[in-house]
Design a protein around this ligand. Structure first.
Ligand SMILES: *Cc1c(COP(=O)(O)O)cnc(C)c1O
Length: 429
């Protein structure tokens, strides 16, 4: 496959953009080689600068649950575009959008829109601290909550790929109040709360971890977080920036039946345009400015274009069986991958929920701990990644990223993927 144009663009890019990319996860540091440059997307496919087509499992890192260039989303954006790009003031559409989010996500009574997932988590934490008048934040190893200073401690995905789960430039004083516990370790949570419970402002967690590949919560984990937060008066924040409208219509909280006090959203809710949101119990949300003393603001917040795309997207994913069909596709894909790995004698296991999944080159039967993710075979992943790419399948260039499927993926794309995987598994041998 000829990827010369991407290579040429990358050589120019590194001169003007640090590392040639505008977000580190786009670089190929975890797999080697240069990143591809894309010029189009159609349904389940990405088209690169050399006109190669790839079945896409990155989906713009999560948002594109309807696939690329969905006509209804484009029409909604176009209609808004003709009326106005932004007003920096209130609109009827943002009320409609907020109402819809409140109706669909059970724990959200009020919601505020922001421009990215990072802003959503940053604001939710400030709010939790303001509400509880406490300082300590608890997060989990391998979870990523955006590039907020105080949360770049043992963070996942991009940070893990670069081998820098803690960032330079973050003063130690900024992270002194952040405590990191192992994901899926109920005992560690109970022990921490037994000592520090009365000082904890909030616990922030990805209810399904999607930034250390894809790791599902063990059944007692989220329940124990709910229990401890309630017992000690701390705010429980589910960071559903990735899982919201990705694993189910009501987010991960609707599947596991554990309701957080605050939820952060992003990715899917913008239909591909920049957006984020945080919401939850009215009593807590009313502490935000202008009615409360916790300050939070944004010039582009509630961008009419992003809201229009978001409403169109929410209408489509609300259709009957949308998530049942999406889950069934994920299941077909992963069963097929596991069968081919077994046939080739490659240790391999998968996790999935709704439209997100994880593949691990691991001897474990199921991967549920951060340490197991870290122990998976990176060499196998690198080889697999490059063979998949050469055979027209684009997966995230890192063993620490979750995979995403869209409604546009069909039998044909899954077959292409499984054929490529057969080649990729045998090339490992
Ligand atoms: C992507 C992500 C974020 C950050 O969102 P941005 O829009 O990239 O700032 C936060 N939390 C989780 C769980 C994410 O997956």
């Amino acid at each position: 496959m000829n990827q010369n144009q991407s290579k040429a663009l990358y050589e120019q890019a590194v001169q003007y953009i640090p590392g040639g990319v505008n977000s580190p996860v786009r670089a190929f540091k975890g797999v080697g080689g240069n990143p591809l440059f894309f010029k189009g997307g159609e349904g389940a496919y990405l088209i690169d600068a050399d006109n190669n087509r790839y079945v896409d499992y990155v989906g713009a890192w999560g948002p594109l649950i309807l696939g690329h260039s969905h006509q209804k989303v484009i029409a909604a954006i176009e209609t808004q575009l003709q009326t106005g790009i932004g007003y920096g003031a209130s609109t009827e559409a943002e009320v409609k959008f907020a109402k819809k989010i409140c109706n669909l996500v059970h724990s959200i009574e009020q919601v505020r829109l922001v421009t990215s997932g990072t802003e959503a988590t940053m604001s939710a934490i400030r709010l939790a601290r303001g509400y509880t008048q406490r300082d300590i934040v608890v997060k989990f190893e391998g979870c990523y909550h955006g590039h907020v200073d105080g949360l770049l401690v043992k963070a996942g995905s991009g940070a893990l790929t670069l081998g820098e789960p803690d960032s330079m430039g973050v003063p130690k004083a900024y992270t002194d109040l952040t405590h990191v516990l192992p994901y899926n370790d109920v005992t560690a949570v109970e022990e921490f709360f037994a000592v520090h419970g009365s000082e904890v402002a909030c616990v922030i967690v990805e209810p399904v971890a999607g930034n250390m590949n894809c790791v599902l919560p063990i059944p007692e984990f989220l329940e124990s977080l709910r229990e401890q937060c309630t017992l000690h008066g701390a705010v429980l924040i589910f960071d559903e920036v990735m899982t919201g409208f990705r694993v189910a219509l009501g987010g991960a909280q609707s599947i596991f039946g554990v309701l957080p006090d605050l939820t952060t959203l992003g990715k899917v809710i913008g239909g591909g345009l920049p957006i984020g949101a945080f919401g939850g119990r009215k009593e807590i949300m009313e502490k935000i400015a202008p009615i409360g003393a916790v300050y939070q603001a944004g010039t582009l917040s509630g961008s009419p274009l992003a809201v229009a795309a978001g409403i169109a997207m929410l209408e489509i994913v609300s259709e009957t069986n949308f998530y049942t069909e999406l889950s069934a596709k994920t299941e077909t894909l992963l069963t097929g991958l596991e069968e081919r790995a077994t046939a080739a004698g490659i240790p391999f296991t998968t996790n999935q929920l709704g439209g997100m999944f994880g593949c691990f080159f691991s001897d474990e039967e199921k991967v549920s701990m951060f340490s197991q993710v870290m122990a998976s075979n990176m060499g196998h992943f690198q080889s697999y990644f490059h063979t998949m790419l050469q055979n027209g399948v684009y997966i995230a260039p890192s063993a620490f990223e979750a995979g995403f499927i869209s409604a546009a993926h069909g039998d044909e794309e899954i077959t292409t993927t499984l054929d490529a995987a057969e080649q990729a598994f045998s090339a490992i041998n």
